[in-house]
Design a protein around this ligand. Structure first.
Ligand SMILES: C[S@@+](CC[C@H](N)C(=O)[O-])C[C@H]1O[C@@H](n2cnc3c(N)ncnc32)[C@H](O)[C@@H]1O
Length: 253
C-alpha cells in the first residue's frame, strides 16, 4: 500500500460498519471520554461568551458516524441559542453519513447533512459561527498526491473562508505525547497491537495501516498551532488530554 496515494474515501466505505466499535476497542473506550471532554470544554468556553438567544450556524466537518456531532448538538442546545439556529454535519463518505443519519439527533428539523469534501465547501463566505472536527483533521492531510501540506492548507483556507469573523474552530485530534517514554509506548501500541486488532475485526488491512501511520506522522501540537496561525487564525491554543495522546485545538477567526 502506498501511504501517500491511499484512497481514504474508499477506505471508509469498507470500514464504516465497524468504525465505532473499532475505535472503542483500540482506545479502550478513551475515544468516548475524549469526545465528551472536548464537547464539555467547548460548551464551557462558549457559555462564557453570553450569546444566549443568538442565531448560530454550527458545522461539524468529517462528521463520520455522528458521535461527536450528537454530543455537540446537545451541549449547544443547553446554551439556549435561538431556536432557528442551524446545525450541519459534513463528510465526503456517503457510507459514513448514511450511518450518522440513523442517530436520533437527525430527526431534528434544524439539523442537516452535507456530502462534500472539506476542500470544496458548499457554504458561503463568513457564514459559520463554530466549526468542529473530531479525529478527522489528520485525514485532511491525506491527499492523493505528494504535496500533502498544500492540500492541507487548501482545506484549512476553505474552513477559514466560510467562518464568520470572531467565529471559532475547535479541533480534537490525536497528538504526539511530549513524554518520550509514553510516546514510545503509545506508538508501539498503535502500530503493532491495537491496529492489528482493528484489521482483524474489520478485515481491512490497508485502511487501518494508513490510519495508524497517519497518527505517527501527524504534527506536534505546537506545529499544528503554527500551521493554524499561518492560515490566519488568532488566539490559537490547545489542551492536551491523557498524557498528550490527543489534543483539543482552539482557534478564532
Ligand atoms: C476518523 S473519522 C472521524 C469521525 C468522527 N468525527 C469521530 O469523531 O469519530 C474521519 C472522517 O472524516 C471524513 N473525511 C476524511 N477526509 C475528508 C474530506 N476531505 N472531506 C470531508 N470528509 C472527510 C471521513 O469520511 C471520515 O468519516
Amino acid at each position: 500500500m502506498d501511504y501517500l496515494k491511499y484512497n481514504l474515501k474508499q477506505g471508509y466505505r469498507k470500514i464504516n460498519a465497524f468504525y465505532e466499535l473499532n475505535n472503542h476497542l483500540m482506545t479502550f473506550g478513551l475515544d468516548i471520554y475524549w469526545r465528551k471532554k472536548a464537547s464539555t470544554t467547548i460548551s464551557k468556553l462558549l457559555s462564557k461568551e453570553n450569546n444566549y438567544n443568538k442565531k448560530i450556524v454550527y458545522c461539524d466537518f468529517c462528521i463520520g458516524t455522528g458521535e461527536f456531532f450528537e454530543l455537540m448538538f446537545n451541549k449547544l442546545t443547553e446554551i439556549q441559542y435561538d431556536k432557528k439556529s442551524i446545525f450541519i454535519g459534513l463528510d465526503f463518505s456517503y457510507e459514513m453519513i448514511a450511518r450518522a443519519k440513523k442517530k436520533k439527533v437527525f430527526s431534528n428539523h434544524n439539523v442537516s447533512l452535507i456530502l462534500a469534501d472539506v476542500g470544496f465547501l458548499p457554504l458561503k463566505n463568513n457564514s459559520v459561527d463554530f466549526i468542529t472536527i473530531s479525529l478527522g483533521i489528520r485525514n485532511l492531510r491525506n491527499p492523493n498526491d505528494i504535496n500533502h501540506n498544500n492540500i492541507f492548507a487548501h482545506r484549512f483556507n476553505e474552513i477559514y473562508r466560510v467562518m464568520k469573523d470572531g467565529g471559532y474552530f475547535f479541533g480534537l485530534e490525536t497528538s504526539r505525547p511530549p513524554n518520550k517514554i509514553i510516546r514510545k509506548i503509545s506508538d508501539f501500541l498503535t502500530l503493532y497491537i491495537l491496529t492489528n486488532i482493528a484489521k482483524i475485526l474489520s478485515g481491512d488491512f490497508d485502511t487501518y495501516t494508513y490510519l495508524a501511520k497517519s497518527i505517527i506522522d501527524f504534527f506536534e501540537p505546537d506545529q499544528f498551532k503554527n500551521f493554524l496561525l499561518s492560515i490566519g487564525f488568532k488566539n490559537v491554543h490547545y489542551y492536551l488530554f491523557t498524557f498528550g495522546i490527543v489534543a483539543l485545538h482552539i482557534a478564532k477567526k
